[in-house]
Design a protein around this ligand. Structure first.
Ligand code: RP5
Length: 164
């Protein structure tokens, strides 16, 4: 099996229904990935170990999805210089506004590329990870471009059907 290029982390297995959107995109683009549940507050040592070791294991981009006081992406980013993409998850009574602010408002020096709240964010996290990998991988670059074309074709097709 190919070595994973993208590491998907989530704070709880309850985040999986949202983070599955990222899994689908990486599968469609044929980019090898791994999925890990690790929490910034419940399992801090495990999260830190994972983030510290990711680059040496060949991971190119990390995606971190978490809800509520969502410090997972920031904690991961503090332990690695790999690009970290954060997905704020709408798992709390504040419907993800708390996760969004916790993920996006990183103080200067340790960046997290925050996506939108929820499923669209998880999907875009995978597309963004693919675009980063595409900078040095022609196969992935072609796959991302083909995906854009297919997406545009679907919109045109829906438009045609509406007009019949
Ligand atoms: C966060 O708390 C997780 O990322 C999840 O979104 C939320 C709730 O987790 P569970 O109580 O469902 O495990 O750490």
């Amino acid at each position: 099996m190919a070595k994973p290029l993208v590491g998907i982390l989530m704070g709880s297995d309850s985040d999986l229904p949202v983070m599955e959107e990222a899994v689908k995109v990486l599968r469609d683009l044929d980019i090898p990935f791994e999925v890990t549940v690790s929490s910034a507050h419940r399992t801090p040592a495990r999260t830190s170990k994972y983030a510290k070791g990711a680059e040496k294991r060949g991971i190119k981009v990390l995606i971190a999805g978490a809800g509520a006081a969502a410090h997972l992406a920031g904690v991961v980013a503090s332990e690695t210089t790999l690009p970290v993409i954060g997905v704020p998850i709408d798992s709390s009574p504040l419907n993800g506004m708390d996760s969004l602010l916790s993920t996006v408002q990183m103080p200067g020096g340790i960046p997290v590329a925050s996506m939108a709240i929820g499923k669209a964010g998880a999907k875009n996290a995978a597309v963004f990870a693919a675009e980063i990998i595409a900078l040095s991988d022609e196969g992935v670059s072609k796959a991302v471009k083909d995906m854009r074309k297919a997406q545009a074709r679907k919109v045109a097709e829906k438009d045609r059907k509406l007009k019949v």
